[in-house]
Design a protein around this ligand. Sequence first.
Ligand SMILES: CC(C)(COP(=O)(O)OP(=O)(O)OC[C@H]1O[C@@H](n2cnc3c(N)ncnc32)[C@H](O)[C@@H]1OP(=O)(O)O)[C@@H](O)C(=O)NCCC(=O)NCCS
Length: 151
Amino acid sequence: MILITDASEEDLDQIYKIERSSFDNPYPYSLLKAYLILANKLYLIAKDNQTVVGYIIGIIQYGYRGHIVSIAVDKSYRKKGIGSKLLSSLEERFKSFGVKYSYLEVDVRNKSAISFYYRNGYIIAYLRKNYYGMGKHAFIMLKNLYYKFLD
Ligand SMILES: CC(C)(COP(=O)(O)OP(=O)(O)OC[C@H]1O[C@@H](n2cnc3c(N)ncnc32)[C@H](O)[C@@H]1OP(=O)(O)O)[C@@H](O)C(=O)NCCC(=O)NCCS
């Protein structure tokens, strides 16, 4: 069974392993460690027994918007709903802190991630050119977390 819990220092080696196998330009270990403090309560892992199989990091900006800093799931555990579980758990944390919307940058070439976010309720808001370097563009995707119904 997959459990979602807060990340801690002892999970870092496994998180870093997933990070390196998931990204061409992985975050350094030191940054993943720093986020344990910077993203307190917004740094979650998915665990299969004692094995870390995925992680997500968020931060809150200006008190009302949630930024998804990073998400990755171990290759052999993908397409089982774990990424969606991590994302919705982070969104619930965001909401509990009063966040109104959540957003992220995604490489325009990362079709599987774009489709993943779209299925999870994110829309492409705009293009940020050269975000990852010259000629490497990002889409900004966002999702409203705050619904207010008028009577
Ligand atoms: C993006 C990422 C985190 C998604 O994680 P995941 O655990 O595979 O996500 P999910 O399983 O919730 O959803 C992925 C797909 O599997 C499908 N899926 C989910 N459960 C499934 C199941 N039981 N059987 C078959 N397919 C399933 C979903 O429908 C979804 O389809 P879609 O991508 O066509 O929308 C993962 O692909 C990853 O780590 N990528 C590399 C890092 C990366 O690019 N991160 C994003 C940077 S912005």
